[in-house]
Design a binder for this molecule. Structure first.
Ligand code: IPE
Ligand code: IPE
Ligand code: MG
Length: 244
């Protein structure tokens, strides 16, 4: 199973529905997050194999800090376990790991585990896997503006490129496709600046059930989209249906 069409450069995923997946079987929410880690492995491997260059996963939002402390702690422990367990898979697949977000909010041991994995996978050439952790799109824009104000003379006119250059990872291209699982149709503060022209794809599949075949379906759907970026296109299939 693999795409027989070009794949987008950057796919971003709002991994939702872990709690519902667990509850459906009468389990604790944590078991859903553990199930979610399986989905992360399969999707990461498939994306790297299929030529996706950037995969960004929304793993923990700024708003998620408001969850019960026990769940937050469990998610952080799971993250550390994931980093340890998946290092081999990341290296074998040429995947470079990168974290984005207000990482200073994370516990020192979690920050250390992230920094270690980033360093060990730094040479990965196939794909960059970005984990958005303690991440909020509004906070990212605000943090960028604060940096700009601190760095540049106040009378300088600020351009889009200036702000883009002070976001958490300026080397990250804008996402082409944003996927959200579990039937919700919202961004929940994810990549607000960068997703301004992303194609959106929603599926009812709960994240722990999401596998490469679901990713393939999303990529296929994306392949059929017409990205106009506000322009009028010659031979637009929607305007000239017979020409396609
Ligand atoms: C997504 O699953 C994982 C995180 C937000 C960390 P949820 O935990 O939000 O699962 P639901 O939405 O309650 O089912
Ligand atoms: C979004 O999921 C955040 C992550 C996937 C990390 P949530 O489950 O937290 O979002 P809401 O609360 O339904 O908007
Ligand atoms: Mg949710």
């Amino acid at each position: 199973m693999k795409p027989d069409f070009p794949v987008p450069e950057h796919v971003a995923i709002i991994m939702d529905g872990n709690g519902r997946w667990a509850r459906r079987s009468g389990w604790l929410r944590l078991r859903g997050h553990e199930g979610g880690a399986e989905a992360v492995r399969d999707v990461t491997e498939a994306a790297a194999e299929w030529g996706v260059k950037h995969l960004t996963l929304y793993a923990f939002s700024m708003e998620n800090w408001q969850r019960p402390q026990a769940e937050v702690d469990a998610l952080m422990r799971l993250l550390q376990r994931y980093l340890k367990k998946e290092l081999r898979t990341l290296l074998d697949n040429g995947v470079r790991l990168q974290a984005i977000g207000r990482l200073q909010d994370l516990k020192a041991s979690v920050r250390q585990a992230l920094a270690d994995t980033e360093a060990k996978t730094a040479h990965g050439k196939a794909m960059t896997l970005r984990l958005a952790l303690s991440y909020g799109g509004r906070q990212e824009i605000l943090d960028g503006i604060r940096r700009l104000l601190a760095e540049s003379p106040p009378d300088r006119s600020i351009q889009q490129e200036d702000l883009a250059a002070v976001l958490y990872d300026p080397s990250m291209p804008d996402p082409d496709l944003v996927i959200r699982t579990a039937g919700e149709q919202r961004l929940s503060n994810f990549l607000l600046w960068q997703a301004s022209y992303a194609e959106l794809y929603f599926t009812d599949v709960l994240w722990p059930d999401f596998r490469r075949q679901h990713l393939l379906a999303a990529l296929k759907d994306y392949h059929g989209r017409v990205r106009r970026f506000g322009k009028v296109l010659e031979n637009d299939p929607a305007v000239h249906p017979s020409s396609s």
